[in-house]
Design a protein around this ligand. Structure first.
Ligand code: SAJ
Length: 424
């Protein structure tokens, strides 16, 4: 008899987990809000670009539903809904709260509720648990169990996927931690580390992603400084990388996007602020990374002048909307900030992303380049790698701003196309 489980939210986090659990022999019910997506998933069609899902999702593998009542006869309920930030960068717990409220209506004695969505320390105990208890009349630790296992999905990663990325789990009490750890040990071929509390498990995720954000901010600041000093920052980072210990390479770019790195630090910043501590360093890193789109447009203006053109008279192509290469996820993508900056300059724009055609303003790369004088590459899609200076010059392009430092800058020397990289 297959153990029945429920997964709330079948997006970039929930769907890979649902597919993995089903492949491991669980009877998986996936709850989502979108009936169209529900039908696609039941037909075995992935609604998102993900190699693991495309390889394994089959019709009937999981049961997608929009009815929360279907969680009643499951042993474990895993919440995998988004935790974005509002316009003002304050945490938006709306999706998590609404999921908890819906679960509470159907919560059963003996069930284990696990939150995978990234939250700041304290959310499970002070937001989720009261909702579950008050609306169900059940008591956490006695009637049902509660744990946190922060998601660690890495979209587009060919090596690390939901089945082999180690995890941490923390529970409301020892029994909750034990049950959650046992559940993940049936799924994942990697370490499942038991933390001492819900708060420690919540803190691990915001810390690991803040670590990445500050390291990216470090090299982004170097890129701005080395642009002035005439030093190639990518060469310097690759030089520093030869040090076999105590250095971890990160690379500058036109900005930091995605639903993790550009968001998670704000959860910790705000939580600490309301408790009287100001995270000056984390806030500064966010400020530096949020300035990179404007810095990239400033680079373009310099290059346009260097090419003897006038910004007000040129057409600009922005290539790439996704927040990182070869995926179709454009959440918090810096490309949109670049587009807004260019619109403020009154520039005529063409926008093209082969993975997001519906959000592009032209249907092909050549349509984006036709009659264009300046190009900003904002995403390192493989489709853009074929852009040689010769090909660009053929379209009349005079400037290339390489927002992801993905091109060989030496190929542009004496090509008639002015090249600007981020920090090189
Ligand atoms: N970025 C840089 N420089 C870098 C690395 C990234 O500018 O050196 C930019 C990317 O272009 C992108 C943003 O930062 O716009 C985020 O990139 P990312 O590679 O961190 O991609 P994410 O958002 O998918 O991050 C995930 C995270 N995984 C989870 O939160 C579970 C993160 O913890 C991983 O470290 C990251 O993948 C990874 O290592 O690829």
């Amino acid at each position: 008899m297959k153990t029945p489980i429920a997964i709330i939210g079948l997006g970039y986090v929930g769907l890979p987990l649902a597919v993995l659990a089903a492949r491991k022999g669980y009877a998986v019910t996936g709850v989502l809000r979108d009936a169209v997506k529900m039908k696609r998933i039941n037909d075995g069609k992935s609604p998102i670009e993900d190699e693991y899902i495309s390889a394994h999702l089959k019709p009937g593998l999981i049961k997608a539903t929009i009815d929360y009542a279907d969680i009643r006869n499951t042993q474990t309920v895993v919440i995998c809904v988004p935790t974005p930030v509002h316009e003002n960068n304050l945490p938006d717990l709306g999706p998590v709260i609404s999921a908890a409220e819906s679960i509470a209506d159907h919560l059963q004695i003996g069930q284990l509720v696990i939150l995978e969505s990234t939250v700041n320390p304290g959310v499970c105990d002070t937001v989720i648990r009261p909702i579950l208890e008050e609306e169900s009349g059940l008591t956490c630790g006695k009637d049902f169990f509660l744990a946190h296992c922060p998601e660690r999905i890495n979209p587009g990663d060919p090596k690390w996927n939901v089945s082999n990325i180690s995890r941490v789990v923390g529970g409301f009490d020892a029994e909750s931690t034990k049950r959650a750890a046992a559940f993940y040990r049936t799924l994942i071929d990697g370490e499942i580390k038991e933390m001492e509390s819900l708060k420690e498990a919540e803190a691990v995720k915001v810390v690991e992603n803040s670590f990445r954000d500050i390291n990216i901010a470090f090299v982004n600041e170097l890129a701005q400084s080395f642009s002035v000093l005439g030093i190639d920052v990518v060469n310097v980072i690759n030089g520093a990388k030869t040090k076999p210990f105590a250095f971890m390479a990160h690379y500058p770019g036109c900005g930091v996007g995605g639903h993790c790195i550009s968001v998670d630090p704000y959860y910790l910043i705000e939580y600490a602020r309301v408790h009287g501590f100001s995270h000056r360093f984390l806030s500064l890193a966010r400020e530096i990374n949020n300035d990179m789109p404007a810095f990239t447009v400033r680079l373009m203006r310099k290059a346009v002048k260097q090419a003897g053109l006038q910004v007000s008279k040129i057409k600009v192509a922005v290539l790439g909307l996704a927040y990182k290469g070869n995926i179709d996820d454009d959440r918090e993508s810096p490309a949109y900030d670049i587009i807004e900056e260019l619109k403020d300059w009154g520039v005529e724009l063409r926008i093209f992303d082969p993975h997001l055609l519906k959000k592009s303003t032209v249907a092909s790369l050549s349509a984006a380049l036709e009659g264009t004088q300046a190009v900003i590459v904002a995403t390192a899609h493989d489709e853009f790698k074929a852009l040689t200076p010769q090909k660009l010059a053929k379209y009349g392009v005079k400037v290339l701003v390489d927002g992801k430092n993905m091109f060989d800058k030496s190929a542009f020397k004496d090509s008639g196309v002015v090249y600007k990289g981020v920090g090189r």
